[in-house]
Design a protein around this ligand. Structure first.
Ligand code: AMP
Ligand code: MG
Length: 410
């Protein structure tokens, strides 16, 4: 691996390095019905013409435009063509055929007159009050896509609109970037699974369930390792297994305490560090590295707010890069502060907040109650992280602040 450890890293320096180094993990061919949500790895091209035949785009009468001479025409109606039914009708001069939206145009016809402009004057006679140009209300075969034309470009996330385009163009199998496999490991002697009863000095592992959900939401495949005690051999065994994935999120034990063993063991397992600690509040113990086998490692502090901030700032960026979206800096929006923010020290800060849209379309940002990085309850309504630069004075109501939205369009 060709990166050096960044000293006293700022989030911006980390994003720059991740954009330069994180590449998609693997590609797979999948049937279209399994592709939704994945990122396309190769341009998808039309297997068929679209539409596959000349067809009517409205309900009405298929006609020969030359029968009109710029005014109303009386034509003999020779039948009905329905959608989905092949026909070999042939329109002679002075005739028309009733046709439904999506039905194939008969030979000889070159336009369609809407039913709203028709009047039946005898069982087989219609008067059409129109002066259609050739091609009116007709979609020609291959007018949207010819076989081999581009349907969806590589690098696009396949949403419902792309699925519709791929289906219409006859692409039954597509090449996607595989969902990254993300090992999730919580570390700490004090942790108990949520729902289980607590012994003395124990707390529930509140980070694991949130991370599992976040990983899935952001396109990864969680591989849940559960909890591991702060015990060297046990940690080594779990971490080694975790490194067999595309990405390892390891929570807790990243700091400087006597039993913060994780970075040391990962170094022994060959992990090269992009960052070991960060100039950020919360999130100072955050570490990012890469194992010899290629697995990326994100070491997150155990405090719930620090863990969430680390995920949104860097975990999401790693997941994006591994699934072919590019490991980019998360977009920051600007909004009007609806409360007070404290001054900052030498560390820049990301603070949980709620953003919303006001009555006049303005973006409003309300900071959450700040009870420190160990407060799991401040995240309940958070959908934003407000960014405050290092050594900034406190910010007051009405000031413009930058923030990262936590929900983002896919
Ligand atoms: P650590 O990062 O291991 O130093 O832990 C920092 C704080 O976060 C300690 O108070 C831990 O008890 C707590 N903590 C660590 N891991 C978790 C977790 N998975 N869920 C909830 N709290 C945790
Ligand atoms: Mg710990």
């Amino acid at each position: 691996m060709n990166f050096e450890t960044i000293a006293a890293a700022s989030p911006e320096a980390v994003w720059g390095a991740l954009a330069a180094h994180v590449r998609p993990a693997r590609v797979r061919e999948v049937p279209l019905e399994q592709a939704c949500g994945a990122v396309l790895a190769q341009d998808a091209r039309a297997a068929l013409a679209y539409p596959p035949f000349d067809r009517a785009t409205v309900d009405g009468y298929a006609v020969r435009s030359s029968d009109f001479n710029g005014r109303t025409a009386r034509l003999r109606c020779i039948g009905l063509i329905r959608a989905g039914i092949a026909n070999d009708a042939q329109l002679a001069p002075g005739t028309c055929v009733q046709i439904n939206t999506g039905a194939p145009l008969p030979a000889g016809a070159d336009a369609v007159v809407m039913v709203e402009r028709s009047r039946t004057i005898a069982p087989d006679q219609v008067e059409l009050d129109d002066a259609p140009k050739s091609g009116q209300h007709v979609e020609r075969q291959a007018s949207h896509r010819r076989p081999g034309d581009l349907l969806v470009r590589a690098g696009a996330r396949i949403g419902p609109g792309a699925i519709a385009a791929l289906a219409a163009g006859g692409a039954s199998v597509v090449t996607i970037f595989a969902r990254p496999q993300v090992a999730l490991l919580s570390t700490g002697d004090e942790l108990v699974a949520s729902g289980e009863s607590l012994g003395p000095a124990q707390i529930h592992d509140s980070n694991a369930a949130a991370l599992e959900r976040l990983v899935r939401e952001q396109g990864g495949e969680p591989v849940v390792f559960g909890r591991c005690s702060d015990d060297e051999p046990a940690l080594r065994a779990s971490l080694e297994l975790g490194l067999a994935n595309d990405l390892l999120f390891v929570v807790g034990g990243m700091s400087k305490g006597t039993h913060d063993l994780v970075p040391g063991i990962l170094s022994q397992l060959g992990v090269r560090w992009l960052i070991r600690g960060l100039n950020l509040k919360p999130g100072k113990p955050t570490c990012i590295g890469r194992a010899p086998g290629g697995c990326w490692v994100l070491g997150l502090p155990g405090n719930p707010v620090s863990c969430a901030v680390g995920f949104y700032l860097f975990g999401r960026c790693l997941l994006d890069g591994l699934q072919g979206l590019g490991a980019h800096e998360p977009p920051h929006l600007a909004g009007t502060l609806m409360g007070e923010m404290p001054k900052t020290d030498e560390r820049p800060m990301y603070h949980p907040a709620e953003w919303s849209v006001g009555a006049r379309g303005e973006v409003l940002v309300t900071p959450g109650a700040w009870r420190g990085s160990g407060d799991p309850f401040g995240l309940v309504h958070a959908n934003a992280l407000v960014q405050r630069p290092a050594r900034a004075a406190g910010a007051g109501r009405g000031e413009t602040v930058r923030f990262i939205p936590l929900d983002r369009p896919q």
